[in-house]
Structures are given as structure tokens and as C-alpha cells.
Design a protein around this ligand. Structure first.
Ligand code: ZN
Length: 150
């Protein structure tokens, strides 16, 4: 389930066509995690940057979606709108993998969850963005305690 990351250079990662690599060194913001091969950026810094951008532009994104839907209305969308109470339009939910399909434990180890119903949960879109591909501390502790029972 979990494996140690192999230390590589960005050049090695590029030659192996890897999307990410691990240097074993802290980034400028003191994160000890993988780097993105294309940019060399720390994956946590990169994710935080993207999350901030999306959170700062969520209204803009939704406006674009609404404009597109207004321009190209579909019967299904109309039915969905009729079936959704007004208060529910403000609550944006998403389906999250409790153990990420390709993620990181709180210890920085890689983890691979399954795409099965019992590994899914409904959480707010914002919390799903914040969680990203990380396994929560609570989920990690539960998984570790189950491993000891086997
Ligand atoms: Zn970082």
C-alpha cells in the first residue's frame, strides 16, 4: 500500500517520463515532498498556488459555466434546476476518494486507494480542493490500525 520514494534528479525523471520526482530535499517553503517534473515545483506549493487561484476565481468560473449553459440550454440542466431547491444551489458538493487513487500520506509516503463505493465520500467542493490528493491524518490512523489487525 505504501512505499518509500526514490531520490531522483529532475533530469532522471524527464528521461524516465515521470510526472513527478523526489529530491529528498525541502522546498523553499520547507515542504518535503515530490516535485513536478515539468516545472520542478514542489507539489504542495504548486497545489496551494492552484487552490488559491481556483478559490479566488470560483465566482468567475461559475459565471462562465452559467453563461455557457444559458447560451446552450439543455433539457437535463433544466430538469436538474427544477429538481434542486434554491438553498441547495449555494451548496457545492463533490465526491471524494477517502484514500486517494494516487496520493500522499501525512508522512509523505505514496498511497494508492481503490475506486470503489466504500472509498467514496461526499464533501464540499472547497474541502475537496483543500484535501487534494492527500490522505487525512484521521484516515491514515484508521488504515494503520486496520493493517495491524490483519
Ligand atoms: Zn513547497
Amino acid at each position: 500500500m505504501m512505499q518509500q520514494l526514490k531520490i531522483r534528479t529532475r533530469a532522471e525523471a524527464k528521461s524516465l517520463n515521470l510526472a513527478r520526482y523526489y529530491t529528498g530535499k525541502h522546498c523553499i517553503n520547507n515542504h518535503l515532498c515530490e516535485r513536478t517534473t515539468s516545472s520542478g515545483a514542489c507539489t504542495i506549493c504548486d497545489r496551494e498556488h492552484k487552490l488559491n487561484w481556483r478559490l479566488n476565481n470560483i465566482v468567475k468560473q461559475r459565471e462562465c459555466e452559467q453563461n455557457y449553459k444559458a447560451k446552450f440550454p439543455r433539457i437535463r440542466d433544466e430538469r436538474m434546476n427544477l429538481a434542486t431547491p434554491k438553498w441547495a444551489h449555494k451548496c457545492v458538493l463533490s465526491i471524494d476518494h477517502i484514500v486517494p487513487i494516487s496520493g500522499i500520506t501525512p508522512n509523505g509516503d505514496r498511497v494508492s486507494g481503490l475506486n470503489v463505493p466504500w472509498n467514496l465520500q461526499i464533501i464540499s467542493f472547497e474541502n475537496n480542493l483543500k484535501k487534494g490528493n492527500r490522505m487525512t491524518e484521521r484516515c491514515y490512523r484508521i488504515a494503520c490500525s486496520l493493517q495491524h489487525e490483519i
